[in-house]
Design a protein. Structure first.
Length: 273
């Protein structure tokens, strides 16, 4: 298979997809929060401004730049509706080779490599802590049109909650070549001081990692979007029916808040420092 050149280096977060049970509500919420507009992508990968039941997913844009996609949640569990979620994607230059590394490093293949029209190939994996992540090998679509991560509403960061950070660091070093460094978050009088891990891809910080505040919580990846002011955005999310999961706090790369939209999909916002 001939691969298309991509602006995103191997191991770089490049895209995010919201799987939601409420398409209309999600559009309204994220339009207000990030000033996103939406177009629909049909099976031939063309786009149109007309939304109908015949389209598979929406593409979120800001100032004409593609940011993320929004799709109807189509999974159920024992007849119950599966909660809305954000899925994070990371670019790989050779999907088949990377999946072999995932296996040898102790990860799990959840969804095998599949071709997505002429856009590229995707697969879904779980790391040894069972945190789910999607891998993307680009063809016509290499990811977000904004890779500088400075514009409001663009994909800024990924954050991992991992039950065993040492295992996570070893795994992602093997499949992506990520290095890491540690940062102690400012102390809180009501909570113990927390060590924050920053993953780097070459000279670029691409993701963070912490241990869950409650040990029984499952390990997971969280998508983060750039904002001007994390405190203001958190308040705006609440006014529009969303929730604050973790109040704004300072990181070495800026100020972050973990939020949920009205349908319960968790994401974070980051004001770069």
């Amino acid at each position: 298979m001939t691969m298309t050149a991509t602006r995103y280096l191997h191991g770089t977060p490049n895209w995010a997809t919201l799987k939601t049970n409420d398409i209309s509500g999600s559009k309204s919420f994220y339009q207000t929060l990030f000033e996103w507009d939406f177009t629909a992508r049909n099976k031939s990968n063309s786009t149109t401004s007309t939304i109908s039941d015949g389209f598979e997913k929406l593409v979120a844009k800001r100032k004409g730049n593609q940011i993320a996609s929004v799709a109807k949640q189509n999974k159920s569990l024992f007849g119950l509706t599966v909660p809305s979620t954000w899925d994070a994607f990371v670019t790989v230059t050779d999907l088949d080779k990377t999946l072999k590394l995932v296996d040898s490093a102790g990860g799990t293949l959840l969804e095998p490599a599949a071709t997505v029209g002429t856009l590229g190939r995707a697969a879904t994996i779980a790391d040894p802590n069972n945190a789910v992540l999607r891998l993307w090998e680009a063809q016509d679509h290499d990811g977000s049109d904004i890779d500088g991560k400075l514009d409001v509403g663009s994909l800024a960061w990924l954050e991992l909650e991992a039950s065993d950070l040492d295992i996570a660091k070893k795994f992602y070093a093997e499949i992506f070549g990520w290095d890491s460094y540690e940062y102690w978050l400012p102390s809180d009088p009501y909570e113990p001081q927390c060590c924050y891990t920053v993953f780097t891809n070459g000279v670029t910080d691409v993701a963070g990692a912490v241990t869950p505040a409650i040990n029984s919580l499952p390990s997971s990846w969280c998508v983060s979007f750039t904002v001007v002011d994390a405190d203001v955005t958190a308040a705006l999310a609440v006014r529009n029916g969303g929730y604050v999961i973790t109040a704004p706090y300072d990181l070495p790369i800026g100020r972050q808040a973990v939020l949920a939209d009205p349908d319960g999909a968790v994401f974070s916002v980051l004001a770069k420092g």
